[in-house]
Design a protein. Structure first.
Length: 672
């Protein structure tokens, strides 16, 4: 038996933002803040693989605006797809969308994109050998893992390819199967999860569908930022979730959701966050999400509401027919405001549509109540144990559970029937008893890195924000505390229960104090920051978050801590368990002890080197019944604290209104 042929591919010129991706990417880790990644235009990518006789999802290369120059040490078939770009082999032009043979030693040169579209793909016959990370070859550059060394390709990189040079496998891609690229896009969306009349006004929804949004230059794989009108909003604020009406209690997002971070609309991409606290009125259907990868600055977008059943049919038509179908084949959306069903019970349930491949199950009213999180946890455990065929992911939020499926295998109607049966059989929330570790962590209060992030925000995004120049003073003011020392005392006295992970990527917790008297309520940045230091600690709404990595963000800073993601994985590092790179678990209780900035830097260096890190973990459990007894015994002082907090919250909202804060457009050109 002969061994498969091996080829070495050398990067002569890397192009722009060239990474290794596979499809469907990194599936099953949404609940801990690991995005799927994968090709942003999966249609072009998969067709390129089909043309070469590869599996649709085989690893290949993605570039933005300019492709790479590559050489191979054996004769190798490649196919270049995506946006129009000149392609040549040793200076001789060759076509896109057709497999071509690159002779050994010759240079394949993919130039700058020169028309509509943004991303170009190079698929190679055979298997590009890179180490899998959590089951995928896809590169997540923000997390610095996957693909080739966790980042973009550079000149001189050498990748190995197994197999290839089998001409009998190649095939052509008919013109009618190729995606149609344009500077003016129609994109099919379904209503939901959070639209009118609860969050947006009816007029807001009419405006959304009538507006030609413009793609902003500050867009990337995390999300495509859009320029468009400011919503009127159907409510004054987000209550405990934050002062701006876009703020909601954190729930799972879908790739393709139109996320209003404050008043700024962003289409969430395959490297986007899994969990967040902003309203998403519509979601791009699965079969149309490839278009996000080809949107470039200056393009226009018109959102077309379609019925979910039509969206599912579009996906079921198959890979090679999707590109040629117009999206305006529906008489409009489902007309249900994204609410598939409601269930009246002791704890009411709302089933919301999030694209044609997700159902967001929400419990109770829009408030912070641990009994609602307990109910979502019980549903999570039950559905996970059932493991129906077609189930892809389960992601809990504060009072919700998002169920992601392959609708071709597990139709939404079938899923809804299953969820109803499970709901009938769930135990009472008060019966919840779960493992709950105490995780004691160092906190550098008002850390210099967070001060630097505020300065950058004021310089590049917005200088007149009410929370600038010092977030901690803003927190004090919003909660009616006498001094910033009271903010310090409240944070360090609290036990923060982890209700979700992946709030801002990579095991980042969204946590709330168990004692309501420690729940400092604030609001999120609007627009968001473009940069947040890794492991900054912030408060947004009634929630605390530890940022898992550098990136955008909106929580009000209180300090910085040590790592919550093990970048040395799969090696064990300090307090991290060997089987997972994330430190925290659902229902852990975080407490803080103060350290100086220099001491924190030493602890972070220890963690990075696989030593200690200053984290102390003690096993335990949490009983909701015992917690509810504690709340009853301390109800008077809890209500007194909330009353003082409410007066301060209302005063801040009144001041914002007088200053025109709710009507300001803000500088969306630097929003994150």
């Amino acid at each position: 038996m002969t061994s498969p042929m091996q080829t070495k591919m050398t990067v002569v010129r890397p192009g722009m933002l060239t990474t290794v991706q596979d499809w469907p990417g990194r599936i099953g880790y949404w609940k801990v803040g690991v995005p799927p990644s994968g090709p942003m235009d999966d249609l072009s990518f998969r067709l390129g693989n089909v043309a070469l006789g590869n599996p649709e999802g085989a690893p290949g290369l993605e570039s933005a605006m300019a492709g790479p120059a590559l050489t191979f040490d054996t004769d190798t078939y490649v196919c270049v797809t995506g946006a129009d770009a000149p392609v040549a082999i040793d200076g001789v032009d060759v076509p896109q969308w057709r497999p071509v043979l690159v002779p050994a030693g010759a240079t394949l040169d993919v130039g700058m994109t020169n028309g509509a579209g943004l991303r170009v793909y190079v698929t190679i016959q055979g298997v590009v050998r890179v180490e899998d990370y959590l089951g995928s070859a896809s590169t997540f550059t923000l997390g610095k893992f996957g693909g080739h060394r966790g980042g973009t390709l550079t000149a001189g990189d050498v990748l190995e390819i197994d197999g290839g040079n089998t001409p009998e496998k190649i095939r052509s891609i008919p013109m009618e199967h190729r995606p149609v690229l344009t500077p003016a896009w129609n994109i099919a969306v379904t209503e939901g999860p959070h639209g009118a009349p609860e969050f947006f006004t009816r007029a807001d929804m009419d405006t959304l569908y009538a507006t030609e949004y413009e793609v902003h230059f500050n867009s990337d794989r995390t999300g495509v930022r859009l320029i468009g009108p400011k919503p009127e909003w159907a409510r004054e604020d987000g209550g405990e979730a934050g002062l701006h009406p876009s703020n909601i209690h954190d729930n799972a997002y879908s790739v393709g959701a139109l996320d209003f971070t404050g008043d700024t609309p962003i289409l969430l991409g395959p490297d986007g966050p899994s969990l967040g606290g902003f309203v998403c009125p519509v979601t791009v259907v699965a079969a149309e999400r490839w278009k996000l990868g080809q949107l470039k600055a200056g393009d226009s977008i018109l959102f077309v509401a379609v019925k979910a059943a039509h969206a599912a049919a579009l996906g079921a038509l198959g890979l090679e027919r999707r590109a040629s179908l117009p999206v305006v084949f529906s008489s409009g959306g489902d007309g249900d405001d994204g609410v598939i069903a409601r269930r009246d019970a002791e704890i009411p349930v709302t089933y919301r549509r999030s694209g044609d491949d997700n159902v967001l199950v929400e419990y109770g009213d829009m408030k912070l109540d641990l009994s609602l999180r307990a109910r979502a946890h019980a549903l999570h455990q039950r559905v996970e144990a059932m493991a129906p065929k077609g189930l892809l992911d389960l992601t809990p939020g504060i009072r919700s559970l998002q169920v992601k499926v392959d609708p071709d295998v597990l139709p939404i109607a079938t899923l809804m029937g299953m969820l109803a049966e499970v709901e009938d059989d769930l135990p009472a929330a008060s019966e919840l008893v779960v493992p709950s570790r105490t995780v004691r962590m160092p906190l550098s209060w008002d850390d210099p890195s967070t001060r630097e992030a505020i300065k950058r925000y004021m310089h590049g995004v917005r200088a007149d924000a009410p929370w600038c120049p010092w977030n901690i003073e803003f927190i004090r003011r919003m909660n009616g505390l006498d001094t910033v020392a009271d903010v310090f005392d409240t944070v360090f006295a609290a036990d923060y229960m982890v209700l979700g992970l992946g709030d801002v990527y990579l095991g980042a917790p969204v946590a709330t104090p168990l004692d309501p008297r420690h729940r400092l309520v604030t609001t999120k940045y609007n627009p968001a920051r473009t940069w947040t230091p890794e492991n900054a600690v912030g408060i947004g709404g009634a929630y605390l978050c530890i940022y898992g990595m550098e990136g955008p963000g909106g929580y009000q800073f209180v300090g910085r801590t040590t790592q919550v993601w093990n970048h040395r994985y799969p090696e064990r590092s300090g307090a991290f368990e060997p089987e997972s790179p994330w430190l925290l678990r659902f229902f852990d209780r975080i407490s803080w002890y103060p350290v100086e900035p220099e001491e924190l830097m030493d602890l972070r260096a220890d963690t990075a080197a696989g030593r200690g890190g200053g984290v102390e973990i003690t096993d335990g459990e949490f009983s909701l019944a015992e917690h509810e007894l504690f709340l009853a015994e301390n109800s008077d002082s809890i209500e007194k604290f909330r009353a003082t907090q409410g007066v301060a919250f209302d005063a801040e909202r009144t001041a914002w209104s007088a200053a025109g804060e709710f009507t300001k457009k803000g500088k969306t050109d630097a929003a994150a």
